[in-house]
Ligand binder design. Structure first.
Ligand SMILES: Cc1cc2nc3c(=O)[nH]c(=O)nc-3n(C[C@H](O)[C@H](O)[C@H](O)COP(=O)(O)OP(=O)(O)OC[C@H]3O[C@@H](n4cnc5c(N)ncnc54)[C@H](O)[C@@H]3O)c2cc1C
Length: 380
């Protein structure tokens, strides 16, 4: 058993770190912080030029065709620096569904535009009564000849204010059982009848509620079969099943170590004990995620390894950020851009950011349920 990732991974990591140091200037960080939007066209352009934008996509579809370990290293580094990737990562996830289930026109026009980062797609799944239980979606799509009429609302539609399309889950057949009466669409966000309203979260991230009032779309906007939306959706959510927040814990540890060195508290046994605890969490979180990559490389079907990586990393990040906050004391309350903020407010921000990580991409309760049922074989 060899836990090292190898020379190729090490040099790729070094190249990424050099690019991130150069591209993520104070000015870019400031803009991202103030807007609460994780997207920067120039930054993404740099990733495209270097082949790091869609590393897992095959070359014939416009990606870099890299192996799973290289892809993992790229995301470890991008996420460790909180690179502005959210809007384009979600768009790539949507594009993947379009490759599989979309129309020829979607594959010809929209997928390449997403791979050039010229088109942004957002996820329109969650509703006030359909979050974890996403199949309970009530946004209604009614067929009218060659068109569909859509009415309803979607919650937490992150980046809808800058997006071009929403990947929309609707209820097309209320008479069918819940999972069977769903249909998905790709709807332009500038369509008449669509209203986007801002929702600001505790982390500073902007998300939205999107309202649909008599939105008429042609049948060519449909993705997959009528009433077949559940299969489209579950295939699309596969990527989310492997979300890991390990790189954020790495960053947190680096920041607190730097704070301890700067303030001379690095020799304090209490500080060392708490840093040691976070270092162990970092290691486990990274290894759980790396195990998923190893399984992909070996062609082994993942079962609960993705949920374990997501659950452990998000809960560790939440716990570690609160513990580090407590360690630093009242000064940790100062937030960016206060010049007195500890480590530029990074630790204070991390504590707020961590809270959402146990909610999106499947809440901790849902991850635990999956582990209990699929992993341990416990009854539903
Ligand atoms: C910052 C942010 C960004 C987001 N971006 C998007 C986006 O772009 N597009 C999108 O569609 N959605 C997005 N979401 C929504 C996200 O996917 C949902 O918040 C998530 O699925 C949980 O749904 P909910 O908020 O309705 O909570 P609920 O599902 O109502 O859950 C409430 C509580 O009950 C628990 N619970 C629910 N069901 C069960 C169960 N069966 N067993 C045990 N416990 C249960 C949950 O774990 C949670 O603690 C975003 C959310 C956040 C916070």
């Amino acid at each position: 058993m060899d836990f090292r990732l190898g020379d190729n991974a090490d040099s790729l990591r070094a190249a990424l770190r050099a690019y991130l140091d150069e591209a993520l200037t104070d000015e870019v960080e400031e803009r991202l912080y103030r807007s609460g939007v994780s997207h920067d066209a120039d930054f993404i352009g740099g990733l495209i030029d270097r082949g790091w934008f869609a590393p897992a996509w095959s070359e014939d579809l416009g990606g870099a065709g890299l192996d799973p370990t290289s892809v993992m290293v790229i995301f470890e580094e991008l996420n460790r620096r909180e690179a502005p990737m959210y809007a384009t990562s979600v768009s790539l996830m949507v594009a993947k569904a379009l490759v599989k289930f979309g129309t020829d026109e979607m594959r010809r026009e929209i997928v390449p535009a997403v791979l050039r980062a010229e088109t942004i797609c957002v996820l329109g799944f969650t509703e006030p009564e359909a979050g974890s239980d996403v199949a309970n979606a009530q946004t209604r799509a009614v067929r009218d000849g060659d068109e569909w009429m859509i009415n309803g609302s979607k919650m937490f539609t992150t980046n809808a204010q800058l997006g071009d399309y929403i990947y929309l889950l609707t209820r097309s057949n209320p008479d069918e059982r819940k999972h069977r009466g769903l249909t998905t669409f790709l709807v332009p966000l500038d369509h008449p009848g669509i209203e986007v309203q801002a929702v600001h979260t505790i982390s500073g991230e902007r998300t939205n509620i999107v309202y649909f009032n008599d939105v008429r779309v042609p049948d060519s906007a449909r993705i997959g079969d009528v009433d077949g939306g559940w299969s489209v959706l579950t295939a699309s959510l596969m990527d989310e099943q492997m979300a890991s927040f390990a790189p954020w814990i790495v960053r947190l540890l680096e920041e607190v170590e730097a704070w301890a060195a700067e303030t001379g508290r690095i020799d304090d046994p209490g500080v060392r004990e708490r840093l040691g605890r976070v270092a162990a969490q970092v290691e486990v979180a990274l290894l759980l995620r790396r195990r998923c990559t190893w399984m992909d490389e070996e062609g082994i079907t993942r079962n609960v390894e993705g949920p374990m990586a997501k659950l452990f990393s998000s809960e560790s990040l939440t716990q570690a950020s609160q513990d580090m906050f407590d360690l630093i004391g009242p000064d940790a309350l100062r937030s960016y851009p206060d010049p007195e903020a500890v480590r530029g407010g990074r630790i204070e921000y991390m504590m707020r950011f961590a809270l959402g990580t146990t909610i999106y991409a499947g809440t901790s309760e849902i991850q635990r349920t999956q582990i209990a049922q699929r992993g341990l074989g416990l009854p539903r």
